[in-house]
Write a protein that binds this ligand. Structure first.
Ligand code: IPD
Ligand code: CA
Length: 266
């Protein structure tokens, strides 16, 4: 197996174990442990426990690699590979008992920031429904053993799009304005609450496109590689007129240019 396939296989193994832990903890009941950047931005004991499991497994298997996790931060490695991890993406869904949550694990090379890294492998595992989205650079995107490709075309009713809203109340009016700007392209708009799954769904053709401002590196590391390996396009840049939060656009090539320019991706 090549390096990227080794990294993918390890990520699959760990994501399955981590997802099962999250699912079991959810069944036992969830308590909010703390709030983070805003009152709506929460962390549960399960987020912390799942990240600890992933971090310990990676440290045991690949001690030279770096780590960047949502709950425990960054550790520099010496191999050039960094693992970018969201232990539970869709934490608010998780806390409310909505099944749309996932473990997201990616291996990237280079500086561990989305502008600079090259994603090598990624896994998004949704334990409820047992859906395992996985990819390695150059090897395609897969849901279990089914190869994924983005939708080849968008129907006359328009694109099925998804978006998300950041936790900071101050950014909400801008998020709504952006949705309104993009809406003429859409047959409908989803806000499911887990960016890694939104990106996986673009890869799987369950969505035609997705856009969101202000995503963190762990929200998009695995999902962006799933999109491009499924034949989609992914862009991340400052929106027109804003220096604050980068805008992400991911879509089938059939709608990408229209979506990116309407959303103001520069
Ligand atoms: C959040 C989810 C949500 C997105 C937010 C993310 P979290 O991640 O992906 O869909 O709209 O921008 O922060 O907090 O559930 O890991
Ligand atoms: Ca999270």
């Amino acid at each position: 197996m090549s390096l990227v396939q080794d990294l993918e296989a390890l990520a699959i193994d760990i994501a399955r174990e981590a997802g099962e832990l999250a699912r079991v903890r959810r069944e036992a009941g969830v308590a909010i442990a703390a709030t983070k950047s805003a009152l709506a931005d929460i962390v549960t004991e399960a987020d912390r426990e799942v990240e600890a499991l992933i971090r310990a497994r990676l440290a045991a298997e690949r001690p030279e690699d770096g780590f960047l996790g949502e709950e425990t931060g960054a550790d520099t490695g010496s191999s050039g590979v960094t693992w970018v991890v969201d232990p539970i993406d869709g934490t608010v869904n998780y806390a409310y008992g909505i099944p749309a949550y996932a473990v997201s694990i990616a291996a990237v090379q280079g500086e561990p920031t989305p502008e600079a890294w090259e994603a090598l492998a990624g896994v998004v595992y949704a334990p409820v429904g047992d859906e395992l989205f996985h990819t390695a650079l150059g090897d395609g995107a897969w849901l279990g053993d089914r190869r994924l490709s983005v939708n080849p075309e968008v129907g006359p009713a328009g694109a099925l799009l998804a978006t998300g809203f950041g936790y900071d109340p101050a950014t909400r009016p801008g998020d709504l304005e952006l949705s309104g700007t993009v809406l003429p392209l859409a047959r409908d708009l989803r806000r499911a609450g887990a960016a890694s799954l939104d990106l996986s769904y673009v890869a799987a053709g369950r969505l035609d496109g997705y856009f969101e401002r202000g995503l963190a590196p762990w929200d998009l590391a695995a999902g962006s590689l799933l999109v491009t390996e499924a034949g989609g396009r992914f862009g991340r840049a400052m929106p027109d007129g804003s220096r604050r939060a980068p805008l992400v656009v991911a879509a089938t090539p059939a709608i990408y240019d229209a979506l990116a320019s309407t959303a103001g991706l520069t």
